[in-house]
Design a protein around this ligand. Structure first.
Ligand code: DGJ
Length: 729
């Protein structure tokens, strides 16, 4: 059992293979946080906490004249409200009597075999081979009868600890939750730490930023109704010296697709608190007597071996414990061609069949019919919500179109944007009250579309019925699920005025229900997520979709940064990447090398390619399949940082047994008559001998990792190299 209770010290310790996490039911039954870091055996780490009279820091009433115990200076497992701790709170609740306070004391704990589940939200799961355990600790406020349950999932082998929270109103009057964080983690000293986050924007998602901790609250979050392009629900706290290969790194990955907040506060004594959960903006959730609210899960990891090791923990875990789709482990992903950049909305059935015929020569398995096939949808001003085939475009009908594609020995995929509605649509004309618009005001337009009120059961039922009807009507192998605006005008006509603070979260709950009913009921369909590119790329979404479109930006040189940033937490197998016409001066071969750092496919009009180009594509599709087991199942190494000045970007995949590796390099900026560049491999066995691209001459892992491979300077701009290393001894 990876969770131990020490009777004498009243500590609870969670152990994974390389880490330990400890808390204590301490003074006056406050739940104190003692430790998270490399494995320890010590049953009681509370010796670290020194008690002083801190002046102006309050003491609990029960302490009477003892002025040295203040929650303002104690590391806590769940920071509370109005208890003399002036740092950021994990909970803000308005009690039935109107008071803002929560005095939760540890009341009970429970250790259970297996990983807990959340009833309303997606969460990671344990497989048969996993040793996973659950700890539940209950904090109870004896006056308000508000109960908080802290949930911990411990995946011993994977080196992962998850956290989630539940709040139950055990009183007899309604309460209102204003803030509820799923995670609170206090460090006794955080002045030496950096915060790494993945900010971005449309077309440039998940760029990497690193900031030193200073004495204020550093916030990372989204209030766009979705986890967003602009921030990602993932942060790292690391040593200031941490690099790819060295240093302590803590990762925090939130499984939530709506508004989120991470706050890192360096306090007056250089203690650091991180809280993470649903963003409190416009959040006010009523809990009636007996009601329970669940906060989303945070997946935590720690390593002393730098960012690469942290990424490996997440990649391995998310490849096995996040999504149950058969396309994660059992069935290889197809090479697809998507109609969007080939034809936008200007296509018909004949054009699609032509694209498919040409793509077949390129080794493509699947044709995806993107936006434009339904309702009245010739541009993006109309049609959303009308999920029936536009027979002016698909004249032969969907069924026959799919048959024609299948007759080419190819599979068929289709696009939806379920959460949206156009004002010019039959759906809006029939149900204007289903759109999110504030009464008496005009709603904010974005791509000239409105968001549906996903919190409404009728809306959910409508989408489930319409989309399932399409999926069940034809032989559909793949679905791209898109969303193309941020939420504004937060309002639900189905909720009374005093409950409008629930809409943001209820939207996400409704969305997850729709996804449950469409995605989980179609286990044979491969689903890919998309949000105007990679705008809602988060682990909750990846628990439904094995892959997610990284960005609408297909420029292969920009993609180097996009893939680099995304790879900090998400594996190659999750990263949708295509070859398109974007990047005019970049050779097709280079585009393919970049797309092989993801799920690989095409996004262009294949009928415009010459025979020679189609042959190149066929070769690249074959290579993608050849290297699949390395790129999809191996360890990923970022060899260079594309955000730093340099002449090339390099990355590498290595199989778990270290017998094969694919090392990829894109030359971005070779200066005239400059120095020779070398790329140094990682993750190989130093003593083993490897062939490079089939050469008879072998090199040792040590040579490849220390001396490196020289990169030919006399190549055209934006050339790429792939070095396929195979252990030969
Ligand atoms: C945004 C997506 O990112 C694109 O790939 C495409 O599907 C369009 N939406 C279609 O409207």
């Amino acid at each position: 059992m990876a969770i131990l209770f020490n009777e004498k010290a009243k500590t609870l310790t969670l152990h994974t293979k390389n880490t330990s996490y400890q808390m204590k039911i301490g003074n006056l039954n406050y739940l104190l946080h003692l430790y998270y870091g490399p494995s320890i055996k010590d049953p009681d780490m509370s010796y670290q906490i020194m008690q002083y009279d801190r002046g102006f820091s309050g003491n609990p009433y029960e302490s009477r004249n003892a002025r040295t115990f203040s929650l303002d200076a104690q590391p806590q497992e769940f920071s509370t409200q109005q208890q003399g701790d002036f740092r950021t709170a994990s909970i803000e609740v308005v009690n039935g009597d109107g008071s803002y306070s929560f005095h939760g004391k540890a009341a009970d704990y429970r250790i259970v075999r297996g990983k807990y589940k959340l009833d309303t939200l997606p969460s990671v799961f344990d497989r048969d081979k996993d040793t996973a355990d659950t700890l539940e600790v209950t904090l109870l406020d004896p006056v308000s009868h508000v109960q908080v349950t802290l949930l911990y999932g411990v995946f011993e082998e994977a080196d992962i600890i998850t956290r989630a929270v539940k709040v139950t109103n055990q009183g007899d009057r309604p309460i209102h939750l204003k803030k509820i964080m799923s995670l609170c983690l206090d460090f006794l000293n955080g002045a030496h730490m950096d915060l790494v986050s993945l900010p971005g924007r449309y077309g440039q998602e998940r760029q990497v930023e690193r900031q030193h901790m200073t004495h204020h609250i550093h916030t990372i979050g989204s209030v766009r109704g979705s986890s967003s392009h602009q921030q990602n629900p993932f942060v790292i706290l690391c040593d200031r010296e941490a690099t790819e290969d060295y240093g302590s790194c803590y990762g925090f990955s939130l499984m939530y697709s709506g508004n989120f907040l991470a706050e890192a506060e360096l306090d007056q004594y250089d203690q650091l608190r991180l809280v993470m959960g649903i963003h409190p903006k416009q959040f006010s959730y009523e809990l009636r007597p007996g009601d329970t609210f669940e906060g989303p899960e945070v997946v935590m990891a720690f390593t002393t071996h730098g960012f690469t090791a942290l990424s490996h923990i997440y990649h391995d875990f998310y490849r096995s414990n996040l999504c149950r789709s058969k396309f994660v482990q059992d069935v290889e992903r197809p090479v697809l061609i998507n109609s969007w950049e080939a034809a936008f909305m200007n296509f018909d059935d004949v054009k699609l069949v032509e694209i498919a015929k040409a793509a077949r020569n390129m080794g493509v398995d699947l044709l995806v019919m993107d936006d434009g096939w339904f309702g009245k949808r010739d541009d993006d001003n109309s049609g959303l919500g009308d999920w029936y085939v536009n027979e002016n475009k698909i004249r032969c009908g969907l069924h026959r179109l799919v048959e024609q594609i299948n007759d080419l020995d190819m599979k068929f995929g289709i696009w939806f944007e379920p959460e949206m509605v156009s004002e010019d649509s039959d759906l809006y004309r029939a149900h204007p009250e289903w759109a999110m618009e504030i009464p008496g005001r005009h709603g904010v337009r974005s791509r000239n579309q409105l968001a549906l009120d996903m919190s409404r059961k009728e809306v959910q039922d409508y989408l489930i019925e319409k989309i399932n009807a399409i999926l069940d009507d034809a032989n559909i192998y793949y679905v791209k699920w898109d969303i193309n605006r941020s939420l504004a005008d937060i309002w639900s006509n189905a909720l009374p005025p005093e409950r409008q603070g629930e809409v943001y979260h209820r939207y996400i709950l409704g969305l997850y229900r729709v996804m449950d009913e469409i995605i989980l009921t179609h286990p044979d369909i491969l689903f890919e997520g998309c949000s105007g590119g990679g705008g809602r790329f988060d682990p909750a979404m990846l628990s439904y979709y094995p892959q997610y479109w990284v960005s609408d930006n297909n420029n292969p040189i920009d993609r180097l940064k996009l893939h680099y940033g995304t790879s900090f937490v998400y594996p190659t197998s999750a990263m949708g990447a295509h070859i398109s016409d974007s990047g005019r001066f970049v050779p097709l071969e280079t585009k393919a090398v970049v797309a092989m750092c993801g799920t690989f496919g095409y996004e262009l009009d294949a009928t415009h390619l010459s025979r020679k180009e189609q042959k190149i594509c066929k070769k690249q599709s074959d290579l993608f399949r050849k290297y699949y087991h390395i790129t999809f199942r191996g360890d990923f190494y970022r060899l260079t940082n594309p955000f730093e000045p340099g002449n090339m970007t390099a990355w590498q995949h290595v199989t778990k047994d270290k017998k094969e590796s694919l090392l990829s390099v894109v030359v971005t900026n070779l200066t005239c008559n400059g120095p020779q560049e070398y790329v140094r491999a990682k993750g190989l066995i130093p003593d083993a001998m490897y062939s490079v691209n089939g050469s008879k001459e072998t090199r040792s892992g040590a040579a490849l990792m220390n001396a490196g491979i020289p990169i030919n300077r006399e190549v055209p701009e934006y050339s790429a190299f792939q070095f396929y290393l195979v252990r030969e001894d």
